[in-house]
Design a protein around this ligand. Structure first.
Ligand code: GZL
Length: 328
């Protein structure tokens, strides 16, 4: 039977389209909205997300929100319009997500959360969260500090009966900051040693090195020889604060105890250099478990609603030995 050239062309066209559709069909497409690039930790998190997606053969549409929630909302709306298979994002702040997540739900696109936490009126607006337990990290910051003060029989530099603490907080409204603040404060309030301490000042350094240095400079201007301990809610702000402490003629980790969070390489180096005392790990390497969970979601397999990645605590006396094993 003779097939007309037109029919043949149509048939080939359809076959090609089907093939390309089939290829597209094979590749899972995930839209991912990342907060930005505010810290060493975030950069490690982004690199891990991209590496894991590539290793799992996922087509990743990646968006950097430059710390702005409105940019994340715009990116999620774009992913919906592009009809991606799944949407993932790190919520820069805890609240303000209900509407956009309802739009995703109406479009029947599952949403997963990475790293930070969010507050929504209906937990069915996201299918799973892979993250870090900021509240536990805050408690560990207090516990390490209190143990160290006990072991070294630390006295207030100004001769007073309380050790004065200043706190560099993370981004206002971010679950990582809220969790670490609540964890630290609740551990302090419940401690039999609570009367040893006084929180002299707490201010956001927005998780950045530059802001951490700037806020520490202002703390030193106001309280120089009254400050005994710096609690920094991430290592980047602690590294900035160390510069401010040295510029003020004080010895970081000696005159002022310095405890950070994240356990990034820069903080290990500071501990090796004798300029920081400890850091509470917050593991950014969440990509593999995140995308493996996403693939299960897309296959309709059951997944855990919340999974926390493993996190440790590192002090200066083990920094040199551990440093070579650090991946970020
Ligand atoms: C914590 C993460 C925080 C890090 C900061 O889970 O969201 O954001 O502690 C980063 O370094 O900026």
């Amino acid at each position: 039977m003779r097939i007309s050239k037109t029919l043949l062309a149509l048939g080939l066209g359809a076959a090609l389209a089907a093939t390309s559709f089939a290829q597209a069909e094979d590749k899972v497409v995930i839209g991912f909205s990342q907060i930005g690039a505010e810290s060493e930790w975030r950069t490690a998190n982004t690199n891990d997300v991209k590496k894991a997606a590539e290793e799992l053969g996922i087509e990743l549409k990646f968006s950097d929100a430059q710390q702005k929630q409105e940019n994340q909302i715009k990116a999620i709306r774009t992913f919906i319009a592009q009809k991606v298979d799944l949407i993932g994002f790190v919520p820069v702040v805890e609240t303000g997500w209900d509407n956009i997540l309802r739009e995703a739900k109406r479009a029947k696109i599952p949403v997963m959360i990475m790293d930070r936490d969010l507050k929504v009126s209906d937990d069915s607006l996201y299918v799973a969260k892979i993250g870090t337990d900021s509240y536990a990290e805050g408690r560990k910051m207090f516990e390490w500090m209190d143990n160290y003060v006990t072991q070294t029989d630390r006295k207030a530099r100004n001769g007073g009966d309380k050790l004065n603490i200043v706190i560099l907080e993370g981004t206002v409204g971010a679950s990582a900051a809220v969790g670490r603040t609540n964890g630290f404060n609740e551990a302090l309030a419940a401690s039999p040693n609570k009367d040893r301490y006084n929180i002299l000042a707490a201010q956001t350094g927005d998780f950045t090195r530059a802001k951490g240095q700037q806020v520490m400079e202002s703390f030193l201007k106001s309280y120089r020889d009254d400050i005994d301990i710096l609690i920094s809610q991430n290592d980047d702000m602690a590294l900035g604060a160390i510069q401010a402490i040295e510029a003020a003629g004080l010895k970081p980790a000696q005159d002022i105890i310095i405890i950070g969070a994240d356990a990034v390489k820069g903080m290990f180096q500071a501990m090796i250099d004798g300029k920081a005392n400890a850091t509470i790990e917050c593991n950014p390497l969440q990509g593999k478990i995140f995308f493996e969970t996403a693939l299960k979601v897309l296959k309709g397999e059951p997944v855990q609603k919340v999974v926390y990645v493993d996190e440790g605590v590192f002090s200066a006396d083990q920094a040199a030995e551990v440093f070579p094993t650090r991946k970020y």
